[in-house]
Design a binder for this molecule. Structure first.
Ligand SMILES: [Mg+2]
Length: 267
């Protein structure tokens, strides 16, 4: 491993499986957030989940004892809307398969919700998915609309079950259209590049902290970041060791990471 934790000036923090799981905070999460804030580490919480707004995530975290301003929370919905704003002017019609939070972010950028005549189809996680939504999106993509996905996660882990994620909805539309989407969220580079730009961060002084090899760690590696993995979420230590390029640091949980970090800062 190159370098030490003490060299990290900027930190991108995944949320699900790192700070909480389902509706329960993970041990040490509030203390860890306080630690990076007190140490002046420039941070952004980065999540592939597009079904809540930053304000709603702020509330949810506050309920678990973590005080994080909405401006420090970037969802894949925020990143997708920001990306689209670089591609198309306000007023452009967008067909959305997704929930209210995603529509809210797109409308904030001036986009107008549309049907099969839309120039863009934006697809996120949608727990109110219907056949009609899939059919309209299919017709728009077949008519030439640009197909964009917020995030590729095929599944979503609940406390004890695994249910379909946004990637499963993308797969249905790929099957229906033979078109592959442009995906914004981890491990694709767009959302992480946007996060770095927002922080004014250089990749070599930045780490990503996550629980999932194929999104957090792979995405961080592609963006040239240091990678820190905790074992409180999806991926296991065995999977990390067998991964094409293992994470730079691996910790059982946030208290173990914080202890190591404090030690390198003291030493
Ligand atoms: Mg996660």
């Amino acid at each position: 491993m190159e370098g030490t934790l003490a060299q990290i000036r900027n930190l991108l923090v995944d949320m699900d499986g790192v700070l909480y799981r389902g509706h329960s905070a993970l041990g040490g999460a509030a203390a860890f957030i306080a630690f990076i804030q007190e140490r002046g580490i420039n941070y952004l919480l980065v999540t592939n989940n597009s079904t809540l707004t930053p304000e709603q995530f702020h509330e949810r975290l506050a309920g678990m004892g973590m005080q994080v301003p909405p401006a420090r929370i970037m969802t894949s919905g925020v990143a997708t809307a920001a990306y689209l704003a670089t591609q198309a002017p306000p007023g452009t019609r967008v067909n959305v398969v997704g929930e209210a939070a995603l529509i809210h972010e797109l409308e904030k950028q001036g986009f107008v919700m549309g049907g099969r005549e839309s120039r863009y189809v934006v697809v996120g996680w949608d727990k109110t998915l219907t056949f009609d939504k899939l059919a309209t999106a299919t017709l728009a993509i077949r008519a030439g609309a640009t197909f964009i996905g917020t995030n590729p996660d095929k599944t979503y882990p609940l406390e004890s079950d695994i249910i379909p994620g946004a990637g499963s909805i993308l797969a249905a539309l790929v099957a229906a259209t033979d078109v592959e989407p442009l995906v914004v969220g981890k491990p694709e580079p767009l959302a992480l590049q946007l996060a770095l730009r927002q922080l004014g961060a250089r990749p070599e002084e930045t780490a990503i902290l996550g629980d999932r090899l194929e999104t957090d760690v792979l995405g961080g590696q592609r963006a040239g970041l240091k990678t820190i993995m905790v074992l409180t979420g999806i991926s296991t230590a065995e999977e990390a060791a067998a991964f094409a390029r293992p994470p730079d640091w691996l910790f059982a949980d946030l208290p173990a990471l914080q202890a190591a970090w404090e030690q390198t800062l003291a030493g």
